[in-house]
Design a protein around this ligand. Structure first.
Ligand SMILES: *[C@@H]1O[C@H](CO)[C@@H](O)[C@H](O)[C@H]1NC(C)=O
Ligand SMILES: *[C@@H]1O[C@H](CO)[C@@H](O)[C@H](O)[C@H]1NC(C)=O
Ligand SMILES: *[C@@H]1O[C@H](CO)[C@@H](O)[C@H](O)[C@H]1NC(C)=O
Ligand SMILES: *[C@@H]1O[C@H](CO)[C@@H](O)[C@H](O)[C@H]1NC(C)=O
Length: 676
């Protein structure tokens, strides 16, 4: 009736038949005889229970619920005869399915024991580590006559437990005679451990042979075939333990951790093999208790917060990396720059082009900054990137406008400026790359092969042509401001090209307007430029003159000497006056050289470096003298007149320094760094 409510309707007409059926249906769940019994679930089972033990509505034998430090027992109600007529222990076999469900995943307490006992009265036994079997007084006393197989989840050192997850054979004592870590041997013979308190149902087989006193204990996950090799197989003499009449059952206890111990099914057989459990009839385990759920929920919350923390951490890291990256490529771009779009380079591109401004890409150290070779990522164009440090933003707009306008200059003797990029405290200028470097290096580096006159003359004419373009042929007058050998660069065909325009302007703009600030390079700086700080085409011509002498003589405009600095123009002038100007030529030219051309260049150098600006030729005239379309004028006698030349250049240099002490540092910086 209870089990088959629907069938009951069908069978109502025949009470007799119905009664039969009820009995037979009951027997599918529990069969009972003197020799053994089988419970596939315990619904309606006649068991003797005590303590926390109960049979749930689902038919589970629940030995303990989640109450702490309590015990529970369940016995088959009638004792069984365990001794043969000869007084020897009888063989017995039992199997049961159990589950230990803890409120916490990693702890539980304490365990289950299958036991044979002369009594069902365990009121004096203790819970906790005593498993509801003994107390401190009777533990180990042979008068107990208790045989047990414990499934222990706590390592109790007082009972010398091997670990906190073991199967033990107990004879009158919790100190197991044999024990083994929970698990089983698979068909291959390898040991596979099981966690008793996993909450998963498992099955135990206990087989005792009365003849050889061999006890086998086997464990396996539920619904798997019985492992052929037992977990424990040992000889246990139970002749003194077993009495004629013994109860069989289970004992369980909880400790401080709330744990439910369940038995799902149980079969027992005297002198034979216990009937296998019918897994299909075993009751299901209840869903995890509320506390387990809340624990899980809490655990889930912890996992969730950890996960979100990780995600946040990853996001933060990504943002920091992004910021670092942004910072690495950070540049300044303002509204007004948009019109210069085509001239604007991204720092990122320049960074990549120069492989992160690697030292190997460093091709020059100029007065205004370091120059790196690079290959632009998109166009594969070879460029020179000059990094100019620049702290002031004042006048930057004008300067950039200047840069951009310079970028429009197109002449074969002018190094093309492609564009710029601004960074905090720094300006990057992108130029056409000149594979042969600066003329300065070729002239003054003794390790370089000597430059022959034809090459020098070609470079001179090229520079003159470029300067003429700046001064007269472009849409407006451009003053270079810093003509010198180190600013003359050589392309692949050794053509001289003027580079580094307008950087002096940057320094003009970037400084305090109340101090007259002159930037130029000593020896190239015209006297009036030193006095007034004003750059004109004439000051460019003066510098070009110094450049001509430098190229022809292979000496720097000002060279330190023992008896005071040697000023090149003065020295050449002395020789010119004595008629021995050719003696000033670069000895590295050798003896084979066109004397007229060398003399022309030397004399033109003197003319261009005339102390009076009005006496200097224009660049157009210079071009004509150089290509021979006009004859070089005789240097006027006044050039040598002490009345017109009141100061020797060494003196005006001193004078300059006295007049503009505030700019000495700048000038000396230039002369030091450019004067290599
Ligand atoms: C555990 O079982 C005992 C006895 O049946 C009962 O008093 C107690 O309320 C139960 N506790 C829980 C948490 O179910
Ligand atoms: C349970 O079994 C015992 C022992 O066999 C018996 O005395 C008792 O009457 C049974 N109880 C029920 C409810 O069947
Ligand atoms: C064992 O238990 C019996 C009965 O309770 C008692 O008489 C005896 O003294 C105990 N033996 C030991 C060693 O405690
Ligand atoms: C115990 O196991 C051994 C080895 O597997 C086996 O030979 C023996 O028959 C078993 N004994 C019992 C009582 O099942």
């Amino acid at each position: 009736m209870f089990f088959w409510p629907n069938m009951q309707k069908l069978l109502l007409p025949s009470i007799f038949l119905g009664t039969l059926l009820i009995i037979s249906s009951f027997q599918t769940f529990a069969t009972c005889s003197n020799d053994g019994f089988t419970f596939n679930g315990f619904a309606g089972a006649n068991l003797s229970l005590d303590g926390l033990a109960s049979i749930t509505s689902d038919g589970l034998l629940q030995l303990t619920n989640t109450t702490k430090v309590m015990k529970g027992h369940a016995f088959h109600p009638a004792p069984l005869p365990f001794k043969s007529r000869a007084g020897r222990p009888r063989s017995f076999s039992t199997t049961f399915a159990f589950a230990i469900v803890s409120a916490y995943p990693d702890f539980s307490g304490h365990g289950i024991a299958f036991l044979l006992s002369p009594t069902t009265d365990f009121s004096a036994a203790l819970a906790g580590q005593y498993l509801g079997l003994f107390n401190s007084n009777n533990n180990g006393n042979s008068s107990n006559h208790v045989f047990a197989v414990e499934l222990d989840t706590i390592q109790s050192s007082e009972f010398q437990d091997i670990d906190d997850n073991h199967v033990g054979v107990d004879v009158n004592s919790l100190r197991s005679v044999y024990s083994h870590t929970a698990g089983y041997y698979d068909d291959g013979g390898s040991f596979r451990s099981l966690t008793l308190h996993s909450g998963q149902p498992m099955q135990v087989w206990i087989d005792f042979g009365g003849e050889d006193m061999r006890l086998n204990v086997t464990l396996s996950p539920l619904r798997t075939p019985k492992p052929s090799r037992p977990l424990l197989s040992s000889t246990v003499d139970l002749s003194a333990v077993l009495l004629d009449s013994m109860y069989v059952g289970f004992s369980s206890s909880t400790g401080s951790i709330r744990t439910s111990h369940y038995v799902l099914g149980w079969s027992f057989k005297m002198d034979g093999v216990a009937e296998p459990l019918d897994y299909s009839k075993l009751p299901p385990l209840p869903p995890r208790s509320d506390i387990t759920k809340s624990k899980r929920k809490w655990k889930g919350l912890v996992i969730w917060s950890l996960a979100s923390f990780c995600v946040v951490l990853m996001v933060v890291t990504a943002v920091v990396l992004l910021l670092l990256r942004r910072n690495r490529y950070a540049e300044l771009v303002e509204e007004w720059e948009h019109e210069y779009g085509p001239h604007h380079f991204s720092y990122r591109d320049l960074y990549r082009a120069t492989r992160g401004f690697k030292d190997e890409e460093l091709v020059g150290l100029g007065g205004f900054g370091r120059v790196y070779r690079g290959v632009l990522p998109t166009s594969n164009m070879e460029v020179a990137v000059k990094r100019v440090s620049h702290e002031s933003r004042q006048g930057m707009k004008e300067f950039v406008a200047e840069i951009v306008s310079i970028g429009q200059l197109r002449h074969r003797n002018v190094v093309q400026l492609f564009g710029y990029c601004r960074r905090k405290g720094e300006l990057l200028l992108v130029y056409d790359f000149m594979p042969n470097g600066s003329l300065d290096k070729l002239l003054h580096d003794p390790t370089q092969p000597a430059l022959d006159w034809a090459r020098r003359f070609q470079v001179i004419k090229g520079v003159a042509s470029g300067l003429l373009y700046l001064h007269e042929d472009w849409e407006r007058v451009v003053v270079h401001r810093d003509i010198k050998a180190s600013n003359v660069l050589l392309d692949g065909e050794m053509n001289g090209k003027l580079g580094d325009f307008g950087l002096a302007r940057l320094y003009d703009h970037g400084t305090d307007p109340h101090t007259t600030h002159v930037v130029g390079t000593m020896g190239y700086l015209a006297p009036e430029a030193a006095r007034t700080g004003k750059a004109t085409t004439k000051t460019d011509v003066f510098a070009f003159g110094a450049f001509l002498l430098e190229v022809a003589c292979g000496r720097r405009p000002v060279e330190p000497a023992a008896e005071g600095d040697l000023v090149l123009v003065d020295w050449v002038l002395e020789h010119w006056k004595r008629g021995s100007v050719l003696a000033t030529r670069d000895p590295r030219l050798g003896e084979e050289y066109p004397a007229e051309e060398v003399e022309l260049v030397l004399t033109l150098g003197l003319l261009c470096s005339h102390p009076l600006p009005e006496a200097r030729p224009s660049m157009r005239q210079v071009m004509q003298y150089l290509d021979g379309s006009a004859a070089l004028p005789e240097l006027s006698p006044t050039y040598m007149s002490p009345s017109i030349l009141p100061l020797k250049r060494t003196e005006w240099l001193d004078d300059y320094i006295l007049s503009f002490p505030s700019s000495v540092a700048t000038v000396s910086t230039c002369s030091v760094s450019e004067g290599r």
